[in-house]
Design a protein around this ligand. Sequence first.
Ligand SMILES: Nc1nc2c(c(=O)[nH]1)N=C([C@H](O)[C@H](O)COP(=O)(O)OP(=O)(O)OP(=O)(O)O)CN2
Ligand code: ZN
Length: 145
Amino acid sequence: MIQQIYPVPEHNYAFELNKDFHFSAAHYIADENAGNCQYTHGHTYFANITIAGDTLDSTGFLIDFKTIKDLIHKRFDHTTLNEDSAFSSNQGAYFPTTEVVAKTVYEIIQTRLDTLENKPVCLQIFLRETPSSYCIYRPKGGSER
Ligand SMILES: Nc1nc2c(c(=O)[nH]1)N=C([C@H](O)[C@H](O)COP(=O)(O)OP(=O)(O)OP(=O)(O)O)CN2
Ligand SMILES: [Zn+2]
C-alpha cells in the first residue's frame, strides 16, 4: 500500500474516518485531444476516502471500513471503466477521466451514507491515477450537509 500525505478538508465533525485502497482498471478517453489516452490502457488507481460525522452506529462505527472499500473495489476492480453505467465513451462529461471517476466514487459512497441512520458524510475523494497525477474531489458545501 502506498503511504502518502494528502490534503485534509476542514470540518467541525467529531469523527473523521479515512480509508485507503487500490483498484486496477482499464479506460480510454475517446477524444483525439486526449493523445495516447484515447487508446485503451490501464492504471492501478489509489483512492483515499474521507468520511466524517458526529454520531456512531450501534457497532461504534461511523461506517465499516470494509463497506467503503467494497462499494468501489467490487464494482470497478479489473473492469474497463468505459463499460460501467456511470461512464460513457461518447459524452465528454462522462468520460472516465480522473476527475469524473473521483466524482463518481463520491456519488456512490454518499448515496450509501444517505441510507444510514447516523448520517455520516463523505468530505473528500483523493484519487491517484498515476505516480504523477491525482485529483481531489470535494462536494460543494461538503461539511455543511
Ligand atoms: N485532467 C486530466 N488530464 C489527463 C487525464 C485525466 O484523467 N484528467 N488522463 C490522462 C491519461 O489517461 C493518463 O492516464 C494520465 O496521464 P499522465 O499523467 O500524463 O501520465 P504519465 O504517467 O505519462 O505522466 P508523466 O508525469 O508525464 O510521466 C491524461 N491527461
Ligand atoms: Zn489513463
